[in-house]
Design a protein around this ligand. Sequence first.
Ligand code: AMP
Length: 272
Amino acid sequence: MSVQTVESIEGFRKVLDEERRAGRTVGLVPTMGFLHDGHASLMRRAAAECDVVAATIFVNPLQFAVSEDLSSYPRDLAADQRLAEAAGVTWLFAPPVEEMYPGDVHTTVTVAGESEGLEGEIRPTHFAGVATVVAKLCNIAGPCRAYFGEKDWQQLQVVRRMVADLSMPVEVVGCPIVREPDGLALSSRNAYLSAAERRAATVLHRALRAGADAADPVEAMRRVVAAEPLAELDYAEMRDGRLLVAARLGTTRLLDNLAWEGPSDNHKALEG
Ligand code: AMP
């Protein structure tokens, strides 16, 4: 079945209400568009687990600070429609900004704890913007399973907490990170990278791999990023057994994360 694009809140709410009334379960995949295979993996998973898949494309101004890349964020709706259709999406909600935010926003959702540190420290208003738009999308879509990538690990924790704390009728599903063959995590922002920056961008994954079986993972990650002249480290940290790294390559910020496995038996044997 071909993908159908809906621009109005009322229209999107109506088609998903009708799907549920017909007994079908709904999978929701929120995105900012300029879709790649990471997004497609979420859509395919939703298609495997739900009767009908709805994806959303909305570059949410609320989650960008004034200094950030809102106006230059890459967009290509025609290509997104093709990718979404191939990945099993039936409904594509692509509202204009005025539809989502017709006037001043007086109500926002703040998730304490999960939003603090890491991205939250560097982008202080970011997660309130994310939580608010995800709350709106869930309120519009209605009861569903909602698919989010582990690529944005902290965001996934923020969304899980919001859904639990506010008793939203949504089951959050986290999906593994999709990478390029050289380890770089797929991201719409990879399109910003120059050829030299693209080559250097593998440093995030290299740092995580170095940290994954190190006794001092933070030190190991810092050392790998410091050795890459084109990369500027924002943070390398461990939280809840997860290694998280963010770095700038020129003006492009990239994120990645990986489970920490602890020192391998090999190392332990060597250390005696
Ligand atoms: P974005 O369009 O960047 O807001 O991403 C939309 C959703 O796709 C989020 O849940 C992301 O975590 C997820 N996503 C983005 N890149 C990847 C990736 N490389 N692998 C898995 N999920 C991803």
